[in-house]
Design a protein around this ligand. Sequence first.
Ligand SMILES: C[S@@+](CC[C@H](N)C(=O)[O-])C[C@H]1O[C@@H](n2cnc3c(N)ncnc32)[C@H](O)[C@@H]1O
Length: 283
Amino acid sequence: MGESHEEMLRHYEPGGLLPRIVAGLQALGKDLDSVTHEDLAPADEFHSAGRSATRALVELAKIPPGSRVLDVGSGLGGPARYLAATLGCDVTGIDLSPEFCGLANALSRMTRLSDRTRFQAGDALELPFAASSFDVVWTIQMQMNIRDKRRLYSGIARVLRPGGLFVCQEICAGNGEPIELPVPWASRPNQSHLADAESLRGLIRGAGLLERTWRDITADIVAARKAQQAKAQASGASGSSAPPPLGMHLVLGEQAAVKMSNSGRNTDAGRTVFIQGVFDKPG
Ligand SMILES: C[S@@+](CC[C@H](N)C(=O)[O-])C[C@H]1O[C@@H](n2cnc3c(N)ncnc32)[C@H](O)[C@@H]1O
């Protein structure tokens, strides 16, 4: 593993996440024997607008039930479990972080979804799968960590079967101003490789994938953040200033507050935009 991968893992892996998630579930009064993927969603959907964005992406892509899905940069496995639980998909996740993959497998066992989801550590640039082995390749907010995007999308196109779907939600550069760091995906400038939306779109098409949908969802992401802030303020007004038992702050570690506020400020200042895209691999 190269130095940059080690640095990347230092950014992402907070350590000791499972006990904190279990404590959060217990604080919410959940019975650990009957935890569902919905119970975990506040803590295991590691991207902007969380579960609501995953739901919107599934609706946009019209993913066929029972699809064999590869989730590239699968994080803690929340989106994968949603696809497995709601559509009966069979999902393989790959993520650079061994800690996240171990946790994702543990959370799938906890929610009785291990027969339809599995997570393995690996690099998105070296997908260890045979050509044409998936009906759908899905990725949410991972490519910002990848400099060589051409190689990323050519690998994705290779493992997708002809007639299959590529589905993504991504953060892109907006007005070209440098972003404020740290953010949830990077602590240092050499960890964040934002392309502008048109360049990213061109790179995906350049891998031989045909565009079905490409939409800017920045306004939805901003609205979701404002709704969450209003909810937090309301619970502060009623006397509780502590974060909720389960939330992204667990995953984002000690700098959670500054990462989230920089991320919001970057978007509000036009430095970042969000897109969702769906592409077909020609049959
Ligand atoms: C912001 S998180 C998104 C996780 C997940 N897609 C989700 O939406 O819940 C980005 C993820 O990309 C992973 N990642 C970063 N670089 C990667 C690489 N080269 N190969 C595979 N995964 C990578 C990180 O470990 C992290 O889990």
